[in-house]
Ligand binder design. Sequence first.
Ligand code: NCD
Ligand code: ZN
Ligand code: ZN
Length: 340
Amino acid sequence: MASQTLTIRKPDDWHVHLRDGEMLRKVAPYTARQFARAIVMPNLVPPVTSIEAASAYRQRIVEAAGPGFTPLMTCYLTDHSDPDEIARGLAEGVWIAAKLYPAGATTNSASGVTDIRNIGAVLSRMERIGMVLCVHGEVTDPEIDVFDREAVFIDRILQPLTRDFPALKVVLEHITTIEAAQFVSGAGPTIAATVTPQHMLINRNAIFAGGLRPHAYCLPVAKREQHRLAVRAAATSGSPKFFLGTDSAPHARHAKESGCGCAGIFNAPFALESYATVFEEDGALDRLEAFASINGPRFYGLPLNDGTVTLERAEVQVPGEIEGLVPFHAGETLHWRLAG
Ligand code: NCD
Ligand code: ZN
Ligand code: ZN
């Protein structure tokens, strides 16, 4: 009989959106319940571009999440980012990574980088001081088909970037394609990727199943089945280059169910249950711990967490709504439950 519980070292989420204000207070406890630490994305309005803003935001997160949770902050890169400020924020322990949003690629990316050449000095400094660059890897060229934007980004931007800055540590966030899985697998040890639950569980059909499904829409958008399988194979392969990043990205229900709905899936409440489902289906439950709790800290050069979490085999009914938001797996039954 298959084991009824799975205990792993306490995991971290290497890519999450916790928002601010009322939304922060609603969603932060769900991430804090599952994870010891999380890399918090800086795409607020206005974006988190300064040391002062990141410190203040970190304090608000700590208050909203409660004890036992450590937010790891990121700095939002713009055309005008100053290498000295970026390096000082790292040295002072305010942030641990910088985030590249190509301008216009995703939610609240309007202040992002319009041309990678504008941040050459920043990237060069980050390479020198060993600071991680987190990347939303999609081109914004309207001529490029939305389903091809990640693959084209790898060709046009990421390949040249890794040539120009060979020692720069880069995390290609929320990968969705065969091209991304292959690029990261084939690259040196300075290149890694995060993988969301949704990109291992749904393909693009989910967005159109019986009608338009706004709660299955996120960016990068889910791709064809062959891509889902490749991303999933990479994540469950045991390679240290792939680790957990939920990309939990809550938007108010009315903002999702709209004539121009926001991109983002709120998966924080059942994230570990969701990942465990995937790893079990692929006969890789023994690799979940490395993916969730070891590969990320090793890449970022941080200590592993103390303590453990236990998942129990149990039927869990995912509510249709949590805090007024529609979660990933709404209305479905999952077969794992996080104990405690
Ligand atoms: C994210 C958000 O809403 O902030 N949305 C998403 O679809 N993933 C932004 C992002 O991670 O690209
Ligand atoms: Zn993104
Ligand atoms: Zn994100």
